[in-house]
Design a protein around this ligand. Structure first.
Ligand code: DOR
Ligand code: ZN
Length: 362
C-alpha cells in the first residue's frame, strides 16, 4: 500500500467484500454497481426467497448478478449455498467440483432475514460439515442462537459456547468464518482459534454501538443482526480490525431493505452500506492511527483465508470530504418508499475514492 501523507492520498490493492447481500430483481439491478465499482470479488449471500439451495439456482443467480453489473466493471460474484436440515452432501460436492459454490452458509433457522428455511438442529448436519472438511469448502456462520429465553444481546456469545466450539472440536480441519462479529468474546474466540477460524467485520459495527438504535426515538436504520452491542464491544472490534491479524477481514454485510420495510412496526434487520463502505472503513483506520494495517484487512487477509490470488488492481482514495445522500432510489422510481437509506445518510465522510485502476484478471 502506498500512503502518501503529503497529499493525504492512499493507494491500496483492490479490495474484496467477503459478505454481501445483493438481493434480486429491481433491487439487485439498482444496487450491484455500488459493490462492483469498488470491490473486485464478493461472497454473495444466498438468503433470497426462495433461498439458493441447488447448483442450478446458484448458476442462474450468478448470471442475473453478472447481467446487472454496469458494463466495464470487472467483478466476480462468489456464490454460496444456503444450508438446510435436509441439504445433501452430494450437492455441496457437485457445487464445489464445478466451481459454483465457493462456500456454504449456515443460518440457524429464524435467526435473521429470510432464514426461516435455515438449520433447525445444528447437531443433525454433521455429515455436511464432514463433507466440507473433506473437500476444503469454508463454512460461513451467522453465529446467533435463536432461543427466546436468551437475551438478544447475548445470542452471539451463547452461540460460540453452545455450537461453534463443539463444531471446531469435532471437525478440526473445517475452515470456518464467523460472520459479522459484534462482541469482544467473538474477537477473543477467533484469535484463539485462528488456525481454522476467521471473522468478517462490518463498517457499521465499527462505527455504532447499540445506542444508535435509540437515539431520540427508535431508529430502525441502525437495526441489523447481530445487533450492535455496548461500546466496549465496538472498541474490541476496532482493535481486531486494525490489528492486521490474518483472521480478520472485510465483509460489509451490506443488506438493503426498501424504506417501507424499515419504516414499519416490524422493521427489517439490515444496513445498506455498499455505496460508501470503503470510505467508512478508511475513516475507522485513520481514527485508530492504523492506516498501515488497512490493506491487510481490505485486500489480503480474505483472499489468503479463501486460498484465492490477491487482486492486481488498485483503488486510490483522497482526503476530501463528501456528504452521503439521504437516500438511494431504485432505478426508474422516485417515490420515497422505493428508496433505500444508506449507512452514514446525511453525514460527512473524510475520504473519497479518486480512481480505480482496473486489474487484468478476468
Ligand atoms: O442485518 C442483517 N440483515 N443481518 C443478516 O444476517 C441478514 C441481513 C439481510 O439479509 O437483510
Ligand atoms: Zn449478512
Amino acid at each position: 500500500m502506498v500512503v502518501n501523507l503529503s497529499s493525504e492520498q492512499i493507494t491500496l490493492r483492490q479490495p474484496d467484500d467477503w459478505h454481501v447481500h445483493l438481493r434480486d430483481g429491481e433491487i439487485l439491478e439498482s444496487i450491484v454497481g455500488y459493490t462492483a465499482r469498488v470491490f473486485r470479488r464478493a461472497i454473495i449471500m444466498p438468503n433470497l426467497i426462495p433461498p439458493i439451495k441447488s447448483v442450478g439456482a446458484a448458476i442462474k443467480y450468478r448470471q442475473r448478478i453478472l447481467d446487472a453489473i454496469p458494463s466495464g466493471l470487472p467483478f466476480t460474484p462468489l456464490m454460496t449455498a444456503y444450508l438446510t436440515d435436509d441439504f445433501s452432501p452430494d450437492v455441496l460436492k457437485k457445487g464445489h467440483q464445478t466451481g459454483v459454490f465457493t462456500a456454504a452458509k449456515l443460518y440457524p433457522a429464524n435467526s435473521t432475514t429470510n432464514s426461516s428455511n435455515g438449520v433447525s438442529d445444528i447437531s443433525s448436519i454433521g455429515s455436511l460439515f464432514e463433507t466440507m472438511e473433506e473437500i476444503g469448502m469454508p463454512l460461513l456462520i451467522h453465529g446467533e442462537v435463536t432461543d427466546s429465553d436468551v437475551d438478544i444481546f447475548d445470542r452471539e456469545e451463547v452461540f460460540i459456547d453452545r455450537h461453534l466450539e463443539p463444531i471446531l472440536n469435532r471437525f478440526p480441519s473445517l475452515r470456518v468464518v464467523l460472520e459479522h462479529i459484534t462482541t469482544k468474546q467473538a474477537v477473543q474466540f477467533v484469535e484463539n482459534n485462528s488456525s481454522t477460524l476467521a471473522a468478517t467485520i462490518t463498517p457499521h459495527h465499527l462505527h455504532i454501538n447499540r445506542n444508535a438504535m435509540f437515539d431520540g426515538g427508535i431508529r430502525s436504520d441502525f437495526y441489523c443482526l447481530p445487533v450492535a452491542k455496548r461500546e466496549q464491544h465496538r472498541l474490541a472490534l476496532r482493535r481486531a480490525a486494525t490489528s492486521g491479524r490474518k483472521c480478520f477481514f472485510l465483509g460489509t454485510d451490506s443488506a438493503p431493505h426498501l424504506r417501507n420495510f424499515k419504516e414499519n412496526s416490524c422493521g427489517c434487520a439490515g444496513i445498506f452500506n455498499a455505496p460508501y463502505a470503503l470510505e467508512s472503513y478508511v475513516e475507522v483506520f485513520e481514527q485508530e492511527a492504523a492506516l498501515d494495517q488497512l490493506e491487510a484487512f481490505t485486500s489480503e487477509n480474505g483472499p489468503s483465508f479463501y486460498g484465492l490470488p490477491l487482486n492486481e488492481g488498485s483503488v486510490t482514495l483522497i482526503k476530501r470530504t463528501q456528504v452521503v445522500p439521504e437516500a438511494f432510489n431504485l432505478k426508474g422510481k422516485t417515490d420515497s418508499y422505493s428508496s433505500i437509506t444508506p449507512f452514514h445518510a446525511g453525514e460527512s465522510l473524510k475520504w473519497s475514492i479518486l480512481l480505480k485502476e482496473n486489474n487484468r484478471r478476468a
